[in-house]
Design a protein around this ligand. Sequence first.
Ligand SMILES: C[S@@+](CC[C@H](N)C(=O)[O-])C[C@H]1O[C@@H](n2cnc3c(N)ncnc32)[C@H](O)[C@@H]1O
Length: 234
Amino acid sequence: MNLPQPDKSSAAVRAMFDDIAPTYDLLNGLLSANQDALWRYRAAKRLCVRKGERVLDLCCGTGDLTREIARQAPGSEVMGADFSSQMLDIARRKDASHQYMEADALALPFGDGEFNAVSVAFGVRNFEDTGRGLREIARVLKPGGRLLVLEFMRPTNPALGRFFGVFNAALAPLGRVISKHSTAYNYLPQSVGGFYSKGEFAQLLGKQGFRDVRSFDHSFGIASSFLARKGQFF
Ligand SMILES: C[S@@+](CC[C@H](N)C(=O)[O-])C[C@H]1O[C@@H](n2cnc3c(N)ncnc32)[C@H](O)[C@@H]1O
């Protein structure tokens, strides 16, 4: 996919998600044919959160993964964080029982080793600096703590590449009409095209001090999940 690269500065990304927040959930369901809920359910299962554990759901958006992890792990403490205040407002309205805070993933307001696990669904692709974001996540994880990343990776399989091409041509206009945002739904395929492939991202995780990196596909590879551990001596 040779698409123009979008502006991934933190200010631009935050403004974009603030703008599309009111229609974000509706479009997620429509554009993924409701598969997104299943992807989050399966990803949360693999994270295997236990009672008493502290979990940070980073780039939580409207909180769907935050709530799914908490639902699957009663007795755990799951906190959502995001830098879009409009996305967080919706998360709080959907469920006031969770703690949500405004925070930038590239400069997290937490001490070292505070969390047993960190999850990021469809967030890391938006980071202005992916390596820095992963290092911040590693910093707030306990040694041995788990990371779950659910993301659209740059396809290396030509059939999947064609799928994203069709998505761009046919579905992005739908996003444009419903969200009333002129570029947000071009941003998705553009940012996927400029992001890492699965193999490259697994290598990057290793470089940033993560171990036991495993990945699995959702819906024939349209989305992928990565699980990794922070190394003991990181
Ligand atoms: C595509 S949405 C995903 C939301 C949610 N995790 C989900 O599964 O629907 C990406 C979210 O990441 C947030 N985000 C992107 N970059 C961020 C950063 N550097 N710090 C905090 N949040 C960020 C955006 O504000 C947005 O809410």
